[in-house]
Design a protein around this ligand. Structure first.
Ligand code: NAG
Ligand code: NAG
Ligand code: NAG
Length: 549
């Protein structure tokens, strides 16, 4: 394992450095600097959006004077510019068990699959978990490295090897990505440290709240990828319940069970079960907000900080600014597909370009394919990379069209931009259904519904009806109203549990049996009492009537 401690490369700009310095000095002037703690942030998922959430939280903690080290897989280094953060974060590198090329191949297959529309239904994921997909070497690699927590991996051997070194660094807390639950087990069994579980980018469903011992009433909490709202008629509730059973099977009995194999490899196994370790987290920090998610009960050990990536827009480059200003009164549409999707075929690219060309306003399209679409209009600017947040915060931007990921949704909410969603995978359709119920979005059911005409019509519907913009602005105002920004909230609560412990946030729910929890013991006792009373009454009546006759 290599350690990178270089500090030469600088935090983006002198301005950034000054801001950081000011922030640190200010926080010490306003209140006594909290004890500086030693924090380990573990990037375990090898996905950009997850790394982004973790590094933002790590950066915020470092800004408050803590010593933050990010444990990051070597295969991420070709995609993540660690130099941008090296002034405030330390990095420790570990072997992902795959090469950067293999990781890119997995990304490619994911991008290709998502464009077929298959990944927007839970059926695909369920089949993958249950081993029911037809054999395909690429999908098999994908499953092994992203979802499966089996021990055959070099990664877990390496994590065992670096244990002593991490212990010697004297960390106070581990910050984990909950998507790959081995981190909590590693923190508990191998490092014997308290840990915070971060849920990077998904709406709540029941999996993480279940692991945190928080209730999810299935009568109005739609399960992951059901595409339901919080108002479900009978048949939807039946399916919601069945999906919940599937979630239990997949995430508790398959995914968590796989951790046993890793724990055997690691040794040092504590007496706690995997579920107990997940429930033992000091805190669940969830990249979610009730503005987005339907209101539902949560225990105090779950803290919502949806939209950690949101921030004020920075000025654009001269070229982009000129393009924005040149759009006049019509404004600009920002079109962005997930970075995963750089394998759009010619037919799809031409279809999308054709719809955009017909629009009466300018378009900036984050487009990562080499070939220029044949139907590209003169209103459309192609760019391999766009400063998405800064564009969304620009006052010439009128509409955002994208794949429906959570970070983009929060950026649109933050800046009050209405949107059109073309969901590709995982939680994206559910995200769009939530934003549509806020009146600030329209969406497709999946990529297969998109044609030149339907895309044009949907965009024009949102662009020409002012209610979408009005609702987006209202949502934005509510979102911005709490006194702490999402990142400040996350850092506040992490500091809180480091200082005060977490017992006072934990309810007794986890110590109760299913029968007690659902009051079935009380129902049983009451029914028994009623039965006894009824029989006694009957016996008494019969004996009296016998006596009388
Ligand atoms: C901060 O953590 C790094 C390990 O990443 C360590 O080398 C360094 O000594 C720590 N600094 C302090 C002040 O504890
Ligand atoms: C852009 O294309 C449209 C037709 O598609 C044409 O009417 C218009 O003049 C063109 N604008 C420029 C600046 O070339
Ligand atoms: C848009 O923003 C610019 C500065 O970025 C400002 O000068 C201009 O007045 C704003 N326009 C409107 C309509 O708010």
């Amino acid at each position: 394992m290599k350690a990178m401690t270089g500090r030469q490369s600088g935090y983006a700009s002198p301005w950034g450095q000054r801001l950081l310095l000011v922030a640190m000095v200010m926080s010490c002037i306003n209140m006594p600097c909290a004890d500086s703690k030693n924090i380990l942030v573990v990037d375990s998922m090898f996905a950009m959006s997850h790394y982004q959430t973790l590094s933002l939280i790590g950066g915020e903690l470092a800004g408050k004077g803590h010593n933050v080290t990010v444990l990051i897989g070597e295969c991420m280094l070709t995609h993540v510019d660690t130099t941008r953060h090296r002034d405030i974060l330390h990095f420790e590198i570990y072997d992902c068990g795959i090469t950067a090329e293999e990781r890119t191949a997995i990304k490619t297959i994911f991008g290709k699959l998502s464009l077929t529309g298959e990944l927007s239904s839970f059926t695909w994921y369920a089949k993958m978990w249950l081993g029911l997909l037809p054999y395909d070497p690429e999908i098999s690699a994908f499953r092994k490295h992203i979802f499966d927590n089996k021990a055959s991996d070099k990664r877990y051997a390496e994590l065992k090897d670096i244990k002593e070194r991490l212990i010697a660094m004297n960390f106070d807390l581990v910050v984990c990505d909950t998507f790959t639950p081995w981190c909590a087990v590693y923190a508990h069994d191998m490092l014997s440290l308290p840990y915070v579980n971060v849920v990077s980018s998904t709406f709540l469903g029941t999996r993480y709240t279940r692991w945190a011992n928080s209730p999810s009433p299935l009568s109005y909490v739609p399960e992951f990828m059901t595409h339901y709202t919080d108002s479900m008629p009978f048949l939807q509730r039946v399916k919601n319940f069945l999906m919940h059973c599937l979630s239990l099977l997949i995430y508790d009995y398959i995914s968590l069970k796989n951790l046993d194999v890793i724990r055997d490899t690691w040794g040092n196994r504590s007496s706690l079960s995997n579920r107990e370790i997940m429930a033992g987290a000091s805190l669940y920090v969830v990249n979610q907000d009730f503005l987005f998610e339907y209101p539902r009960p949560l225990q105090p050990n779950i803290v919502l900080c949806g939209g950690v990536s949101t921030r004020e827009a920075q000025p654009l480059s001269q070229e982009l600014e000129a393009f924005m200003q040149g759009s006049g009164d019509e404004g600009v549409l920002v079109f962005s597909f997930s970075t995963l999707v750089n394998h759009m075929d010619d037919k799809m690219a031409d279809m999308i370009a054709g719809a955009l060309a017909r629009l009466p306003f300018r378009v900036i399209w984050k487009y990562m394919v080499e070939r220029q679409p044949a139907t590209l209009g003169n209103n459309t600017l192609l760019s391999k990379w766009i400063p998405q947040n800064d564009l969304l915060g620009h006052n010439q931007t009128k509409l955002f069209v994208y794949h429906g990921g959570a970070n983009g949704a929060y950026e649109a909410i933050y800046h009050g931009v209405p949107l059109v969603g073309i969901p590709l995978f995982a939680d994206q359709l559910d995200n769009m259904i939530r934003l549509r119920s806020r009146g600030m979005a329209e969406h497709f059911g999946g990529i297969l519904e998109v044609t030149t005409d339907t895309l044009y019509e949907k965009i024009m519907k949102v662009a020409t009806n002012p209610s979408y913009k009005k609702n987006a602005e209202r949502t934005s105002a509510i979102y911005r109203s709490p006194p702490l920004r999402p990142l400040e909230r996350a850092a506040f609560w992490i500091e809180h549990v480091m200082t005060h412990g977490h017992e006072h946030l934990q309810s007794n729910r986890g110590n109760m049996t299913w029968v007690q929890l659902n009051l079935l013991d009380i129902a049983g006792a009451l029914i028994a009492v009623c039965l006894v009373l009824a029989f006694s009454l009957r016996w008494w009546c019969t004996s009296i009537s016998k006596e009388l006759s």
